[in-house]
Design a protein around this ligand. Structure first.
Ligand code: GAL
Length: 728
């Protein structure tokens, strides 16, 4: 389940945790289904090739939930809708291993046979997210322990300990048996590992010892650890590795922030190691099959750049209506782009695309118009997906997810959602050749720093601080201007971008500062925002003048700041417009820093009225903007984009560029424009998420890829509809 972004409210992490739970693997095809392990960066994995030349289009299917007499009817209905793909078995451990070491794949073989006969191939889920009751009964220590030292009881799912030797050996057994059984199966394209890796964090003695070993491997000596964590504070100095705690329950629930950051890194790496354990088994036994995992978009429990490294391609679970208004397409858009960025912009797929109203004990959100199920599938393609698989084929009659709608309801009636996805199925079939080999290319990137996100989770500044909201504010402003945006991570290649926006880059190390400096000196524009450069990689505050190691680059000094509580603050920009500001006010000093920087906006109220809030500094061939606050309304961010897009030069502040704009005029609210490129060919996706027809000014007439007709320069898009246009 993804966490999409509401641009005005903080994101709720709780429900996600509660209820839902590069370096690249390359295609080395001489024949369509041979994949080779390797780290050469020559050829990214081609999902369309993998799926026999078709865009992946499918559903998550649970044959074990239905009487076998239903399977044939289901497969026929799937085929009629244009589905060529299913994900199977990711919660069926007990059915495949009903007793320890006794395996039964006959039912899955039969299901695959029925589906394959209808042209539908499968990804098989390794079922480790839901271990059988007999496994818990026999090995109670496989259950995770919460921070109070209480083991979770059997029930729910994902409540396992990643360091329990019994769980690891059970994992090896089931994954090995599945791989042996399906390694040559022509209808099994590959594997999804586990399901939505991320929680829980386990606090048992296995995890405690593993964390202590992790610390020892990282710091080598206790002296180094004590200095790196500043453990002299409150006298928390450790004299033995075995004294090091986890972030378990303490009075006031507080921990050394350096320890807390390392604990988050440790947990993220533990997920990656667990995934890698399964990857290694599958690679060894079933080298012809591809491997993925279903990530969770904006979810922050794991560093996706690291997690996705051993996989062939990224897949993720996208639920746009989870607390969202459907016209806010930016949330899913950003999540798609982040997912693509987590594997160096390689094309990806959606493994669970919302197929109906979500809900567990209550329904969540409101019913989406049927056309949106089609719009979301095209949105995924627009952002670089080569496949979409809906969750789920049919709503369950039993269990926790009776309210979580699939495409069909329990009665299997071919409802409006089915009609909508059937139309999409025909269109996907038409577009495969055009899209094969095409990708998203952007000149603007947003830098996501997992360390900074974690740092803010540990010490969130003020109640109203929200890292993802800031990402969303900048992201949406570029998209409103009709500009493609990539997401980069600290390890990504920054060259090739004209602008990088790094909101609240709280935690930086030397390597990142050097990379950003080189990017700017070579002519790039870097936008930083408040509370950047505050901490080092140990989550310890710098002793340099803020923004610390970024001060020289930004050409400013910050000697004073003001957290927002109930004071009214406004910022007046260089064009005289006032913008209400929130969260945090960094008061910029342009005179005591490196110098040469200039104010683009100043605070309007309080004792620091007239002092700079936003600055620009020319550095080498490039520029650094520092935005010392956050704005309540999108207006400032749109203005910033227009400044970067040539206006700053007009005002005499140096030349900044944002690169290609996809439209002649910004699209109307609720309409998204995005583009994929294939050599000289440009493929535009115009998606109308509103209940009214909308017009987009493309500035030239373009050919409609679905109808073959030429569309006028002002393209009309009916409500909830999609147009795919191309040049030439
Ligand atoms: C996802 C999960 C699915 C299903 C869905 C609806 O997070 O991967 O297995 O549970 O949510 O709750």
């Amino acid at each position: 389940m993804s966490q999409n972004i509401n641009l005005t409210e903080p994101i709720m992490i709780g429900p996600r945790v509660l209820c839902l739970t590069a370096v690249v693997w390359f295609w080395a095809a001489t024949t369509p289904f041979i994949y080779a392990q390797g780290k050469s960066a020559s050829k990214p994995f081609d999902l369309i090739e993998w799926n026999g030349g078709k865009l992946i289009y499918g559903v998550d299917y649970y044959p074990e939930h239905w009487d076998e007499s239903q399977w044939e009817k289901d497969a026929a209905m799937m085929q009629a809708a244009g589905f060529n793909f299913v994900r199977l078995a990711e919660f069926a451990w007990v059915k495949m291993e009903p007793a320890e070491g006794k395996f039964d794949f006959t039912w899955l073989d039969r299901a695959l046979k029925v589906l394959n006969a209808h042209g539908i191939k499968a990804v098989l889920g390794t079922p480790t997210a839901s271990p059988p009751a007999w496994l818990y009964a026999k090995y109670p220590d496989i259950a995770a322990m919460d921070e109070r030292g209480i083991r979770y009881r059997y029930g729910s799912r994902r409540n396992y300990c990643l360091h329990s030797p019994n769980f690891i050996s059970a994992t090896r057994r089931i994954v090995t048996a599945m791989a042996e059984h399906y390694k040559e199966h022509p209808g099994a394209l590959g594997w999804q590992i586990d399901n939505e890796l991320g929680n829980p964090q386990c606090y048992d003695s296995y995890c405690l010892s593993a964390f202590q070993r992790w610390c020892r491997a990282k710091y080598t000596t206790l002296d180094t650890l004590n200095k790196s964590w500043g453990t002299i504070f409150w006298g928390h100095t450790y004299h033995a590795w075995s004294e090091i705690p986890l972030t378990w329950n303490t009075l006031f629930n507080t921990h050394n922030p350096s320890l807390a950051l390392d604990h988050r890194r440790f947990n993220s790496e533990a997920m990656r190691d667990y995934l890698k354990l399964q990857v290694d088994i599958l690679r060894r036994i079933a080298p012809k099959q591809a491997i993925t995992h279903n990530d969770m978009g904006m979810y922050n429990g794991v560093d996706y750049y690291q997690l996705n490294e051993p996989l062939d391609f990224v897949a993720w679970d996208n639920y746009p209506m989870f607390g969202e208004d459907y016209a806010h397409y930016f949330g899913p858009g950003l999540a798609h782009d982040l997912m693509r960025g987590s594997k160096n912009n390689q094309n990806f797929m959606v493994m669970e695309q919302e197929g109906g109203l979500p809900g567990w004990s209550t329904f969540r959100g409101r019913q989406a118009a049927p056309g949106l199920y089609r719009a979301w599938a095209f949105q995924a393609l627009a952002h670089g997906a080569d496949g979409v698989c809906y969750f789920r084929w049919r709503t369950s009659r039993f269990g926790t997810e009776q309210y979580w709608q699939g495409i069909l309801d329990q009665d299997s009636f071919p409802n409006a959602r089915y009609q909508s996805v059937s139309q999409t199925g025909k269109e996907f079939a038409q577009l495969a050749d055009l899209l094969k080999g095409s990708k998203v290319v952007s000149s603007v990137a947003l830098l996501v720093s997992p360390d900074s996100r974690w740092g803010f989770e540990i010490q969130p500044l003020v109640k109203d601080f929200n890292y993802n909201r800031q990402l969303g504010l900048y992201y949406a402003a570029f998209r409103r201007a009709g500009v493609n945006v990539d997401v980069v991570f600290p390890q990504s290649d920054f060259s090739g971008y004209k602008t990088i926006v790094a909101p609240s880059l709280f935690i930086v190390d030397k390597t990142l500062v050097e990379k950003l400096t080189n990017f700017v000196k070579a002519g790039g524009t870097l936008v930083l925002s408040y509370r950047s450069g505050v901490k080092d990689e140990n989550n310890i505050v710098t002793d340099q003048t803020l923004p610390g190691p970024l001060a020289a680059l930004a050409g400013i000094a910050i000697h004073d700041f003001d957290p927002h509580t109930n004071q009214q603050q406004e910022v007046a920009d260089l064009e005289g417009e006032r913008h209400p500001a929130r969260v945090w006010f960094d008061i910029l000093d342009l005179t005591s820093g490196e110098g040469k920087s200039r104010a683009l906006a100043t605070y309007a109220n309080g004792y620091y009225a007239g002092k700079p809030a936003v600055s620009i500094h020319t550095n080498g061939k490039g520029h650094v903007l520092y935005v010392g606050t956050e704005f309540l309304k999108p207006n400032f961010y749109s203005k910033l984009v227009s400044w970067l897009d040539g206006k700053l030069a007009e005002f005499g502040y140096g030349s900044t560029r944002i690169g290609k704009k996809l439209v002649a005029e910004p699209p109307p609210e609720g309409v998204e424009v995005a583009m994929r490129e294939k050599g000289e060919k440009e493929i535009y996706f115009l998606i109308n998420y509103t209940e009214n027809a909308q017009t987009v000014s493309m500035g030239r007439s373009l050919r409609n890829a679905l109808t073959g007709n030429t569309e006028p320069a002002k393209v009309e898009i009916p409500m909830f509809d999609v147009k795919i246009l191309m040049v030439p």
